[in-house]
Design a protein around this ligand. Structure first.
Ligand SMILES: [Mg+2]
Length: 242
């Protein structure tokens, strides 16, 4: 379990966010940046990042998907380092808009980052949040779109074609840019400049490969849900260099 293909799609983005971008001195510091994984089904990638940042120990990590564990397939806010419970798709950006507006009202310097899937651009609530953030010029808000071109049951251009993506965000008043979602240097440059000298919310459209790095998973719809066999797991580790 754990939506492994979706996790590999965002692994490089999550790595740059947690290593270089997010200001998270400790989970209960009110001035820390907020991060919302709107595509909550990829929470496993966040647990790995929290572990590598020293916010989640190995013993707790090993309880993933067990009864009574806080490490569900979808993230739970009771877990340190998780700001909001997500998993109902299309809601994360609205939560981020509220958090960004709250920071402005409280005159806080904290920033808000929301990572959403390209399929969530099929949801009306996402566009309400896009319009609201553009209208209120929430320059402390950054949305990152995991543009992997597929969703649970088909490729996005076969379900509801969302192109041209960057232009749509720009039309609603966002500072939008498109990057290679697996180019760590490009991601770092783009995300580190979020909020700098800007009077607009920021959209980083990250072109990604679903199942990145594992040959039999890349761009395959079935790996949205499919669990690995022991043999497939062993092959994945070899291909990823472990
Ligand atoms: Mg997708």
């Amino acid at each position: 379990v754990g939506h492994i293909g979706s996790c590999l799609s965002i692994a490089d983005i999550v790595s740059v966010l947690f290593d270089d971008v997010l200001n998270i001195p400790e989970p209960d510091n009110p001035e820390r940046d907020r991060f919302i994984l709107s595509k909550g089904h990829a929470a496993l990638a966040i647990y790995a990042a929290l572990h590598l940042k020293g916010l989640l120990d190995a013993e707790q990590l090993n309880t993933f998907h067990e009864d009574n564990s806080l490490l569900s397939v979808h993230p739970e806010h009771q877990l340190d380092g998780i700001d909001f419970s997500t998993g109902s798709l299309g809601q994360g950006l609205s939560i981020g808009v509220g958090a960004a507006l709250a920071a402005r009202i409280q005159r806080s310097q904290r920033r808000v980052f929301v990572l959403l899937s390209d399929a969530e651009l099929n949801e009306g609530a996402t566009w309400e949040a896009v319009m609201f953030a553009g209208h209120h010029k929430l320059q402390n808000l950054t949305a990152i779109v995991d543009l992997n071109g597929q969703q649970a049951l088909d490729y996005t251009d076969q379900v509801i074609d969302i192109n041209p993506v960057e232009e749509k965000w720009r039309m609603f008043g966002w500072d939008a840019t498109t990057v290679d979602g697996h180019d760590v240097a490009e991601l770092r440059t783009s995300l580190l400049s979020s909020g700098e000298n800007s009077v607009q919310p920021r959209a980083v459209i990250a072109r990604t490969t679903f199942g990145k790095g594992v040959s039999y998973m890349e761009n395959k719809i079935k790996w949205h849900y499919w669990p690995m066999s022991d043999e497939e797991y062993a092959q994945a580790l070899v291909e990823l260099g472990y």
